[in-house]
Design a protein around this ligand. Structure first.
Ligand code: SF4
Length: 482
């Protein structure tokens, strides 16, 4: 069976994971192929691909998970589990349960003597506790470094127990781009879940690739939009199951919630199963929603229906947008989010008359350069792009210098600078489509009108950096060619 390309995201064509400058400079150098990737000689707080692999699959209904790692590697899973439980509540499930996962808690002894026995016990334990249809094993830096043969453990256990056992090789050290974890998960689905057959297509079925980070309200919005085009949805791997994963190959079309989530998997499905797909930015904000919806409409040949629907929706939302703009107009904004969500957020702020002054993005690459060009047309070329997977020290330095009126995205650090902020990754409330943009607009309006939380936080809580750091060049530790 063919595979999707097995490579890390940073190994894609002309993909930059470290760098920083104004958008105009970056774009010009990128197009001349003069932009070189820079490494950090000092780095802080990054996200790793293991977390994305787990996040992609955690909401599967009939799955259980072993994380073959020390305890610290599952630190973020409690936050994903929280979203998973809220998601169940929103879906009217009243016996709400936790995600079914075990961490093997690799310790010093296992690092010396190996952790395969622990892994075996964890898989058998999960099976007897929950009788799942599928067990995913996530690897980690520790299991990768000591060389535990996770595939062999899975193969041997597969002869003894019924659930499909799927190793996911998502060792954090393998990639600097967390989104590689999505490709790793999809590769394993192809290898262990797909059957080598080409079934008949189900009329009107569309695969929508999404992670647990979209909420129920967003699910409803997406279904509403796609129903206008006569389509029904198979969500992958979001709240799916083995049955739904196997249904992927029956779909007539595919689309992803974000252009960097499942692009290579959708290309694989096109080549192997003749499933055409559409790839655009996230449907956040009026422009990005129009584009997302129209690109699916083009795919199914129903552009005229989509255009009429878009016109009706604009009529509904424009009066409220105008009202919100009285508060938001001309406010200067800094954004920090994943690549796809960040770019979409930068179009959303334009709906509300706000200006982009800076954005932190994990990658700057061929697949997304058109989106950044579009942002330049909207916001001009002077906004700063920090190509960084997190890196709070760079973020607070830039925010302190640029002094935006508002911060959109992951504001854990800058909220201590007293800047009004709100986040854009909302698994609990709407963010997508014409419903989501009004909700986000009102949230931004509220935060600007009442910034007292951040103001008080700044008064009582200081960031750990010396005053001298704020005077330094934010990109001081970026070095080309080290
Ligand atoms: S897998 Fe590696 S990078 Fe990821 S959390 Fe564990 S130790 Fe950190």
């Amino acid at each position: 069976m063919a595979k999707i390309i097995e490579r890390n995201r940073e190994d894609r064509k002309y993909s930059i994971t470290g760098g920083g400058a104004c958008s105009r400079n970056l774009s010009e150098n990128f197009k001349k192929r003069c932009l070189k990737n820079a490494e950090r000689s000092f780095a802080q707080t990054t996200q790793c691909q293991e977390i994305n692999s787990i996040q992609a699959l955690l909401s599967m209904e009939d799955a259980a998970f072993v994380v073959h790692s020390p305890n610290g590697c599952v630190g973020c899973v409690s936050f994903m589990n929280d979203n998973f439980k809220v998601g169940q509540y929103h879906r009217n499930i009243r016996n709400i349960r936790n995600a079914r996962y075990i961490v093997t808690s690799l310790d010093e002894k296992d690092i010396v003597f190996g952790g395969e026995e622990k892994l075996k016990r964890a898989v058998l334990d999960l099976n007897s506790r929950y009788s799942p249809n599928i067990i995913f094993i996530f690897t980690s830096c520790a299991s990768g470094i000591i060389g535990d043969d996770v595939d062999a453990v899975a193969r041997n256990l597969q002869e003894k127990i019924k659930p499909i056992i799927v190793p996911i090789h998502c060792e954090g050290f393998k990639s600097k781009v967390p989104a590689t974890g999505f490709d790793t998960a999809f590769n394993s689905i192809i290898k262990y879940v797909f059957k080598d057959e080409k079934p008949e297509k189900e009329k009107g079925l569309i695969n929508v690739f999404a992670t647990t980070s979209i909420g129920y309200k967003d699910q409803i919005e997406i279904e509403k939009l796609l129903a206008v085009l006569g389509l029904h949805v198979n969500y992958i791997p979001f709240y799916s199951s083995v049955e739904k994963l196997r249904k992927i190959v029956k779909a007539e079309y595919s689309v992803a919630i974000c252009q960097v989530f499942a692009d290579e998997f959708m290309e694989y499905l096109k080549n192997e199963y003749d499933i055409p797909y559409s790839k655009t930015g996230m449907p956040i904000g009026i422009k990005s929603t129009d584009e997302w919806f129209l690109s699916v409409a083009k795919l199914v040949g129903k552009e005229d229906i989509a255009l009429k629907y878009i016109e009706q929706q604009h009529e509904k939302v424009l009066p409220e947008i105008s009202r919100i703009r009285k508060v938001t107009e001309d406010k200067r904004v800094f954004i920090c989010a994943g690549t796809g969500r960040g770019v979409a957020a930068a179009t959303l702020i334009d709906d509300f008359g706000m200006k982009l002054v800076g954005i932190q993005t994990p990658t700057y690459e061929e697949a997304i350069i058109e989106n950044f060009d579009q942002l330049q047309k909207i916001h001009g070329g002077d906004f700063i792009i920090d190509i960084a997977n997190m890196q709070p020290f760079e973020q607070v330095n830039l925010v302190n210098k640029l002094k935006p009126d508002f911060f959109l995205g992951m504001s854990n650090w800058v909220s201590k600078l007293g800047i009004p902020s709100t986040h854009i990754l909302e698994a609990k409330r709407p963010t997508f489509g014409y419903t989501g943009l009004i909700y986000l607009g009102r949230k931004i309006e509220n935060s600007i009108e009442n910034p007292s939380f951040n103001v008080k936080l700044a008064k009582h809580k200081k960031l750990p950096y010396k005053e001298s750091w704020y005077e330094e060049n934010a990109f001081k530790y970026l070095k080309e060619g080290i």
